[in-house]
Design a protein around this ligand. Sequence first.
Ligand SMILES: [Zn+2]
Length: 57
Amino acid sequence: MADKELTCKDCGNTFVFTEGEQAFYKEKGFENEPQRCPDCRKSRKAQNNRGGRDFRR
Ligand SMILES: [Zn+2]
């Protein structure tokens, strides 16, 4: 295995899918390569966590 360069679906930047991450994905049984760079993944996660449900109280 070697590091792989992928293109982010959201921002179009290239990012590195490292050997270690590839091994992690394999271990978890993920068939797909990541579609987004770490930055976009992070911001999506932050958005999900916000939820918006209790926002207005
Ligand atoms: Zn991105």
